[in-house]
Structure formats: C-alpha cells, structure tokens
Write a protein that binds this ligand. Sequence first.
Ligand code: ZN
Length: 177
Amino acid sequence: MSIDVVQVTRALDYAAKKHVSQRRKGEAQEPYINHLAEVAHLLAEATGGNDANLVIAGLLHDCIEDQGVTFEELVELFSADVAGLVRDVTDDKTLLKAERKRLQIVETPHKSDRAKMLKIADKTSNLRAMAVSPPSGWDEQRKRDYFAWALAVVAGCRGVNAFLEEQFDRAYRDGQK
Ligand code: ZN
C-alpha cells in the first residue's frame, strides 16, 4: 500500500515537471496539471482507490502525446502496465486531426476496460472545462460539435464503470445549459 503512495506521487511530480509550460485550451488557461489531477482523481474515486496504476496512467495520459515522452521511458520509469494504458489513449500525431478524432470513435470500443475508464475520465474533465472556460474563438457550433464528438467516443466505453458514466453524463448535461 505505501508503495502505491510513493508511485502515485512520483507520477504526479513527473507529470507536473513534464507539463510545466503547458496550459489548457480554455480562456482561463489553467495549468495543464489541473486536468491531469482531475482525471487521476476521477479514476481513484471510480476504483475505490484500488487501482494505483490506473491513477498513475491518469496523471501520465497526455505525456506521450503532448510532451514527446516515449513508451519505453514510461516502461522503465513506471511499468509496462502503466505505459500500455497511456499508449492505449494516445493519438497518432502523424495523422490529421480529423482522422485522429474519427479513430477515437472507431477504436475505443476495442480497448481494455481500464483504457475505456481512462477515456471517460479524460472526456469528463474536458467537457467540464469546456463548460466553464471554452477556448477563446470557439463559437457555439464548434462547442456543440466537440460535445457531440466526446459523447460518441464515450458511447464506445459504456458498461465499464457506472460512476464514471454518471460523471460524464452530468458534465455533458451541464455543458448544454
Ligand atoms: Zn487529457
């Protein structure tokens, strides 16, 4: 148990350093670590604190995609399990954005239950942020399109965790107001 605390806080420290200059897309420009902390917390609640690796993957889930960290690095520093979870939710940046978004809808249903949980937590955090602090320059239609896309991705994750689905559905509803 104490090993888990060390590992989780090590991942927190690592993520904070890797994403130190990154801000969220919204007008409020929150530090990116706020997003990672929210995703990790959702996963901790969803699993009753019983899946430390999933919480760690929540903290690290954007570091390959956004910070150029490699899969091998995560295997070495954390574990193959953590690295695999992060890789499962990482987009292929060599593809165009529209294709990446399409693939998320198509591929997510075939991922593991834990990767699906990570995906729901990620989308929940993004919709919550979108509701209170949408990116500047986004009109209503663009926001609506984003919500519709997130809903379509999460549709392929349903049935793995009721708590997370509830959190997502609430964020979706709140964003429509
Ligand atoms: Zn994310």
